[in-house]
Design a protein around this ligand. Structure first.
Ligand code: NAD
Length: 329
């Protein structure tokens, strides 16, 4: 990198952005990825590296400054009053430690994290009016998502009515379990239809259907993990999860409030080992500053919250690199 001229860097940045935009469109909008995630991540990280080295090349329309992909115009659009952001990621415990150091430096003291599994699906937002489900939407580009309300009515673990007349919004992950995924692909294979690359794409392709009756037969599930506007007595992420569980949302019960990094590393090791025995896919572990006021204090960048981070598992063996990457342009 050191010997790259500005002109060479500009060309490489443009080529990376074109490629990443195309891959993101295939992945987010068409639900049919063209490359493996680790190939996408490697190219993405190279773009980040170049933009850091040559800040004059950063532009607002760079994929590093945007959430998700394009919105499918066939769906009704939903504005997210509070944007649905992406999440920063790290690939080693050292980088996780650096994240914790940054948080402590910004706040001036130690913090506890709610440590959760990173579910391999797609984000969904659920809005309730007087306790009734009135709207469900995808993340889309973070500011504007797609209306999938009729589809969400066919997901059996999404409460249509809450036990209290709340007007509120929760968010979480819509996913397809490993068993329904295997069944669906076997059926498609038998019919000569294209199979889904992974459960994440199967979930996205099954939720984002204009004909909701297709969603009905796809056995989707949710794990709800964010309460967008919790009542004042809820002051932490772990309390929010507890209360959302009581309200009837399907939440993941493996999350733990942990203060020491050594214990967080042990949680990572535990779920790296247990990962394959779960009946749903996970691609990492998420650390969220547990205290909601401290989350506010840390704030967000244009793309990610500063109070949470994903530790991504290394790619599984079958996920071998299918595309050679050339850095020089
Ligand atoms: P992301 O999927 O890595 O992380 C953010 C998302 O994690 C959130 O939006 C939320 O939906 C989800 N999540 C799961 N469990 C969660 C929990 N417990 N708490 C909070 N959030 C949770 O970020 P992204 O920006 O959506 O996508 C980037 C990822 O998509 C990368 O891993 C990349 O490899 C992949 N991608 C792949 C391709 C490809 O062509 N293969 C293209 C684009 C993106």
């Amino acid at each position: 990198m050191a010997d790259l001229t500005l002109d060479e860097a500009r060309k490489e940045v443009a080529a990376l952005r074109d490629k990443l935009d195309e891959w993101a469109n295939a992945y987010y909008t068409k639900d049919t990825p063209e490359v493996e995630d680790n190939v996408y991540d490697k190219n993405y990280n190279r773009l980040v590296e170049l933009e850091q080295e040559f800040p004059q090349l950063v532009s607002q329309d760079s994929i590093t400054q945007k959430v998700g992909g394009q919105i499918d115009n066939q769906f009704t659009k939903v504005s997210h009053e509070i944007p649905m952001l992406s999440m920063g990621d790290v690939f080693s415990k050292e980088e996780l430690q650096e994240f914790d150091d940054r948080v402590q430096k910004q706040l001036g003291h130690e913090v506890a994290y709610n440590v959760e599994l990173k579910i391999d699906g797609l984000s969904i937002a659920l809005e309730y009016t007087d306790g009734k489900l009135t709207r469900a939407s995808t993340r889309g580009n973070g500011q504007v998502g797609e209306d999938v309300t009729p589809n969400a009515r066919y997901i059996s673990d999404i409460p249509q009515t809450l036990p209290a007349k709340l007007t509120t919004e929760v968010r979480g992950e819509c996913y397809m379990g490993k068993e329904p995924f295997a069944k669906l692909n076997a059926e498609r294979d038998e019919k000569g239809e294209t199979t889904f690359a992974n459960p994440r794409n199967a979930a996205a392709g099954s939720l984002r259907q204009l004909d909701a009756s297709i969603t009905k037969h796809r056995h989707l599930s949710t794990f709800i993990y964010t309460w967008v506007n919790p009542p004042a007595e809820i002051t932490s992420q772990h309390q929010a999860i507890e209360k959302m569980t009581q309200l009837g949302f399907h939440t993941n019960q493996t999350g733990r409030r942990i203060a020491k990094m050594a214990d967080i590393f042990a949680f990572i090791d535990e779920y790296t080992a247990k990962r394959n025995s779960l009946d749903y896919g996970i691609d990492g572990i998420v650390l969220k500053v547990d205290d909601l006021d401290l989350q506010q204090e840390l704030g967000n960048t244009v793309k990610v919250p500063r109070w949470e981070i994903a530790y991504k598992f290394p790619p599984e063996e079958q996920e071998t690199v299918v595309h050679e990457i050339k850095w020089t342009v």
